[in-house]
Structures are given as structure tokens and as C-alpha cells.
Design a protein around this ligand. Sequence first.
Ligand SMILES: NC(=O)c1ccc[n+]([C@@H]2O[C@H](COP(=O)([O-])OP(=O)(O)OC[C@H]3O[C@@H](n4cnc5c(N)ncnc54)[C@H](OP(=O)(O)O)[C@@H]3O)[C@@H](O)[C@H]2O)c1
Length: 245
Amino acid sequence: MKIGIIGAGNIGGTLARKLTRLGHSVALANSRGPETLAALAAETGATAVSVADAVKDVELVIVTIPQKAIPLLPQGLFRDVPEAVITVDTGNYYPAFRDGRIDAIENGMAESRWVAQQLGRPVLKAFNNITAQSLAEGGRPPGTAGRIALPVAGDDARAKAVVIGLVDALGFDGIDAGSLDESWRQQPGTPVYGTDWDAEGVRLALAQANRARSAELRELGVQKMQQLPPGFTHQDVINLLRSLQ
Ligand SMILES: NC(=O)c1ccc[n+]([C@@H]2O[C@H](COP(=O)([O-])OP(=O)(O)OC[C@H]3O[C@@H](n4cnc5c(N)ncnc54)[C@H](OP(=O)(O)O)[C@@H]3O)[C@@H](O)[C@H]2O)c1
């Protein structure tokens, strides 16, 4: 596929590496301009482009930038992008830690619904609940016992099937997590967030998500993360997130 990625950090960079390895053609953009992506482009074979060019002549766009930066994307970015082009949002809302308060989300709108509104474009939510390290290193062939599963939420069945297929090719079981309005079930502070469960575990975790407590658990998670001792491991992070529920 031809894939545009907006954001070249932990998640965008990891996806660029993995998707180019699978043979996809990747156009990659950040906020500072393509010249700052020369090293990553050389490493991966991705093409460094401007944000405007990351949505041109592609079949799928992945938006993977901090939530607070979504309104800073160029106005009308998707205006001329054909409807068939699928858009994926990997974002998470961290008001105190990073993003500042966003009233619509505080008032109960699913984070990715807000992103879709800002972009003027339907999105699917995927890759938001896995750490960059697990995304980079945790992929396994289909059928492997304990294969990490990732929820994919969205309103368009065709688009969801494509993204679930991509998740599978990247080494993870893709789980249909329902509509975009249901995607609060995979936001920070929920049982599926950062916990590397397999397919059965993800289905259970999505069902057990508690909307009333997720913001409180998200903040508790941030606080506990900041208290991890020096030299903490990735497994410590997963254990911490599992222990929150
Ligand atoms: N880190 C994780 O483990 C993880 C896991 C799952 C989901 N997420 C979520 O995924 C999103 C990205 O996370 P990340 O950790 O990859 O972030 P990150 O490492 O901080 O990278 C952010 C990227 O977004 C780019 N960016 C920022 N503002 C932009 C703008 N206005 N236009 C274009 N590009 C812009 C940055 O470009 P510059 O460097 O040029 O500014 C950078 O390449 C966040 O919402 C995060 O919560 C993160």
C-alpha cells in the first residue's frame, strides 16, 4: 500500500520501520519539515515529505502526533483527499501531562471522535494502546500462543477490515473494538491500555472497561509511572498498567 504517516516519533518512526520492511511505500512527515527526517528516511526507505504531501496519492494515512497538535495541522488538510483513503488515529489524551484541557473530551466525547471532528475526516482508532517498544518488538506470526492483540475501532467496516489486516501483517491480532464512539474502551486508564493482552484478554478487557473511572486511572498511571525506580524495565511498565485495574 501507499501509506502516509504524519508524526515520526516513537509510534510514527516505529510504524515507518515496520511498514517499509513489509514492502509498503511510506511517506513520512513531522512538524519541522522533511529535511529533519533524512536519517530515518535513509534508514527505512520511507520518503520524507511535508504534512500536506503525506496525504497526497496514498491509500491510508496514519496520524500519530500529540493530541494537542491536532488543531495545529494545516486547515483543510483532507479537503481534496478521496473518501476511500483510510485515516487512522493513534492518539491519546493526556491533559495534565502533555495536552492541556480539551473540553469536548472532558465532557465525554471519545478522543478519536474529537480528532475526526478536528480533521473533518472519519478516522479509525488503532495502535494507541500499545507501547512503542511492544509495537517494535512484540510482533509474532499468526497463531503464536499469547500473540499480542490490538483493538481497532471505527465506523466503516471496509476500512476496519483493511486496518485489521495491516495489524495482522505487523505481527498482532486485530480485534474489532466497535464503533468510534465505543473507542473510549481503549483509551488511557482502561484495562486494554498498554497491557499487551492476547485476543481473548483484549476482548475481556474491552468488555470490562469502566468509563466513569478511566480518567482517574489514567492520571494514577501517569503518577505511578513517574515514581518508577531508575532502571525500570518495559515489563515494569506493563505490570504497572495491568495493576491499575
Ligand atoms: N509513545 C508511545 O508508546 C505511544 C503508544 C501509543 C500511542 N501513542 C500516542 O500516539 C501519538 C504519538 O505519540 P509518540 O510517542 O509517537 O509521539 P512523539 O514521539 O512525541 O512524536 C510526535 C511526532 O509528532 C510530530 N508532530 C508534532 N506536532 C506536529 C504537527 N503540528 N504537524 C506534524 N507533525 C507533528 C513530531 O514532529 P517534530 O518532532 O518535528 O515536532 C513528532 O514526529 C500520541 O498521541 C501518543 O499519545 C504513543
